[in-house]
Design a protein around this ligand. Sequence first.
Ligand SMILES: NCc1[nH]cc(CCC(=O)O)c1CC(=O)O
Length: 308
Amino acid sequence: MEKIVIATRESRLALWQAEHVKALLEQRLGATVELLGMTTRGDQILDRTLSKVGGKGLFVKELETALEEDRAQLAVHSLKDVPMDLPEGFALVAILEREDPRDAFVSGKYANLAELPPGALVGTSSLRRVVQLKNLRPDLRIEPLRGNLDTRLRKLDEGGYDAIVLAAAGLKRLGLGERIRSCFALDEMIPCAGQGALGLEVRADATALTQALSTLTDAPTWLATQAERAVSRSLGGSCSMPLAAHARWQDGVLVLDVALGHPEQPERPLLKARVQGQPADEGRARALGLQAAEALRVQGAEDYLRCA
Ligand SMILES: NCc1[nH]cc(CCC(=O)O)c1CC(=O)O
């Protein structure tokens, strides 16, 4: 196989993930691999919430341009940052085994959410986390928090917040696991679709590379994330939608938990559903996702989504 160039964002987490995939390609495929670091629009815009400036696609577009121009052959993404439908000409060809998918509670003074005093200030810019936090603790004040992981931790340490909520996977990958005071249970703070998993994207016409990379896919993660992403896709998935979808394997059964909050009135009740099944292939995993989306519609999801 010829040399593979991986296009990657330059945040510490993105570089870690690209290096991780580089090592995997070298070990498992005997490939020669180089990294091409680049800055995306999503990395540059730090003063506004992502949902207001164009959503998930902001982190992947520059990488796709590099693939298009053949400056790189592979893009490594946090799956949760990848739009539900890729632009024409690109394909998600492998999904690697998932890290811890949970959200983490990070704080100097407090060990968990229950310990926070009334009216405490929590930092997060994710609408999904906002609606679930409000549902668990209506008294909390929640303020925006953006930037890469190091920036967010610094803002906490400088005293800007009583606590912040971050993906456990990112912290663990960067060796910052000791900053986690506690993890939320998977059904009280349901992760977003794809959280903790890595997705490999190539040009749709890269047949040989697609074949080689597909051997790296972790089948249980692939099926679980297909179910999760189908929920988002069905409901018109975007960053401006406070949607949580997480599927986990329990004794051979895939249990999919979903929750939807109101994007402008986070205090409105969460719509929640759980569906389960034993999908043997991608199509049936997606069908499980559609079933969960339908369960949310029955509860009035359309009404919540109208203003999004
Ligand atoms: N939205 C940014 C982002 N994209 C991926 C991760 C962490 C790693 C992962 O979930 O795979 C994070 C940080 C966070 O949400 O706290």
